[in-house]
Design a binder for this molecule. Structure first.
Ligand SMILES: Cc1cc2nc3c(=O)[nH]c(=O)nc-3n(C[C@H](O)[C@H](O)[C@H](O)COP(=O)(O)OP(=O)(O)OC[C@H]3O[C@@H](n4cnc5c(N)ncnc54)[C@H](O)[C@@H]3O)c2cc1C
Length: 503
């Protein structure tokens, strides 16, 4: 029996159910499809390819060592699969389930129709604690827990040789009409295991302390997100290995770091489950009562300044420029960028989501859209969090290491002015080669005014809409998406906290 294993966002051979099941039954044709239409989508960028291409080379080496190299084919999935199924007398297709964007969902539907027509079964296996057709979240925690604790799939030790086809990733290269510049430094796609080992053995010690400090998070966070997003590492194995490390650790700081990391791996699945349950949140407000709140106020000038790290607020701009250069940011900076754009600049979340999706090397639709909506305050069940960028800057980058690294125009500005350079007297601006409006922009909005306006707009909206149907919608979001880990009463109280601001 010849089985085609379709590699998508699961570029590994360990704990790989489709590969294991296929290998048990006979010959295996491992395939990766470069889909030109996918690469034209507005939430995709060639920065993603910058990471995926070396990951594919590594996967090919691993498969070749097992006996059967990887086939990489360019074209629409339905055409490629039809041709391969006929050419290699394929009697089954195996892959992992994908919780992707609308485009990948529709492509999967088209593939299902094709395989049905060809009378070839398509077996899809779970790779995250994400469950299809879940009615509500009541049992999710128990289901997730038992799946995450279940034994990983046995390793495949050999694959019978079926075919080899020469491919060259440079020749298969993609192009896009408009795109962000590639990252100037990108995480090493072939260093997944090394990155995990270095985190578990040493870097996790300072994870809790440094997780929100921009200059330190880059070293102390696990940095595993792209390897998880493209499936080079199995989240289940990561969860189990970190649990073992936690169990055997006697050092308190290490335990705290591993515990925090361990729960975030679960959050990964918790967030993905939201998009799986309601794919519409890629486009629409999770709580539809927020429809109309920001749509008509979109200001492209403010958006452009935000996108390019030119808002005049140093921590915001340093975060964006660091992201543009490296494709990565720690959680708090991601949240701050979205909150600042949503509240202070009053921009709708959808264009923000697309820009950031293109920027993030680790773009994972299942986490991305629910997180964006949470930070933009459109879920209706999470407290609104409006970060003050000056306060954040003074607290999280007090010595200005991060700001100076990414904003060379502020390099000479002393700490006392660094977080509010627009307040510097003109003579000092000249002395420190940072003339506001010439070398670095003046703030694009007045902070106090923007905060007050956002708060007033939101209060007014909530007053106008806080009617029984609003509560009903909120309850529906809660039933569908809220975590059930805390007791229901406590959670309900938290949900009422509609107008809390983190000034
Ligand atoms: C607006 C916004 C958009 C985001 N978009 C993405 C995205 O596209 N892809 C992505 O992987 N993460 C996303 N995140 C979550 C989080 O910021 C990143 O997972 C994290 O910064 C990646 O760095 P790390 O691997 O060093 O994380 P660590 O802090 O070391 O965490 C380890 C792993 O836990 C998971 N994780 C950590 N934080 C979260 C979280 N808040 N929610 C869900 N899972 C989490 C990730 O798999 C991460 O790799 C987003 C957060 C925000 C606020």
């Amino acid at each position: 029996m010849n089985t085609l294993v379709w590699f998508k966002r699961d570029l590994r051979i360990d704990d790989h159910q489709p590969l294991y099941q296929a290998a048990k039954a006979g010959a295996v044709l491992p395939v990766y499809i470069i889909e030109p239409d996918y690469w034209q989508q507005s939430d995709v960028s060639l920065r993603h390819w910058q990471f995926i291409a070396p990951a594919l080379q590594q996967l090919n080496q691993q498969l070749t060592a097992l006996g059967q190299p990887l086939l990489i084919v360019k074209g629409p999935a339905t055409i490629v699969l039809r041709q391969l199924c006929q050419q290699f007398a394929i009697s089954r297709v195996c892959s992992h389930e994908e919780t992707g964007n609308l485009w990948t969902y529709q492509r999967d539907l088209a593939v299902a129709r094709l395989l049905h027509e060809l009378n070839i079964p398509w077996q899809q296996y779970r790779q995250f604690a994400v469950f299809r057709k879940l009615n509500n979240r009541d049992n999710w925690f128990t289901l997730a827990d038992s799946w995450l604790k279940s034994p990983p799939v046995a390793s495949v030790t050999a694959l019978p040789f079926l075919t080899t086809v020469q491919w060259n990733l440079t020749e298969l290269a993609l192009s896009r009409k408009t795109d962000l510049p590639l990252c100037s430094t990108v995480q090493d796609a072939t260093a997944a295991k090394h990155t995990f080992d270095s985190f578990i053995s040493a870097r996790c010690l300072s994870y809790r302390q440094h997780i929100s400090l921009p200059a330190k998070a880059i070293h102390s966070c696990s940095r595993l997100s792209p390897y998880i997003s493209y499936g080079q590492l199995s989240l289940r194995q990561l969860q189990q290995h970190s649990f073992m490390a936690l169990k055997h650790s006697t050092e308190q700081r290490k335990q705290q770091g591993l515990q925090a990391f361990f729960s975030r791996l679960r959050w990964h699945c918790h967030f993905m489950q939201k998009l799986e349950d309601e794919p519409a949140i890629e486009f629409f407000n999770m709580h539809r009562g927020f429809d109309g709140l920001r749509e008509n106020d979109f200001n492209p000038v403010l958006f452009q300044a935000w996108q390019n790290g030119q808002t005049g607020y140093p921590l915001i701009d340093a975060a964006m420029r660091s992201l543009l250069a490296t494709g990565w940011l720690h959680f708090r900076a991601r949240a701050m960028l979205v909150a600042f754009a949503s509240y202070h600049l009053w921009l709708h979340w959808r264009p923000l989501a697309l820009h950031l999706a293109q920027c993030f090397i680790d773009y994972e639709p299942g986490i991305h859209y629910p997180q964006i909506q949470m930070q933009a305050g459109t879920t209706g069940i999470n407290p609104n969090r409006m970060y003050n960028p000056v306060k954040q800057s003074q607290q999280k980058d007090a010595d200005g290491r991060f700001i100076r690294q990414w904003l060379p125009e502020l390099h000479q500005v002393p700490d006392s002015w660094l977080h509010t350079p627009w307040l510097m007297p003109a003579a000092l601006q000249l002395r420190y080669s940072c003339v506001i409006g010439r070398d670095y922009p003046a703030p694009i909005v007045d902070l106090q005014q923007a905060q007050q306006q956002a708060r007033a707009r939101l209060s007014q909206w909530l007053q106008q809409h806080n009617k029984p149907d609003w509560q009903q919608l909120k309850q529906a979001v809660f039933v569908r998406h809220a975590s059930r880990k805390r007791p229901a009463t406590q959670k309900k109280l938290a949900c009422r906290d509609q107008l809390s601001f983190d000034w």
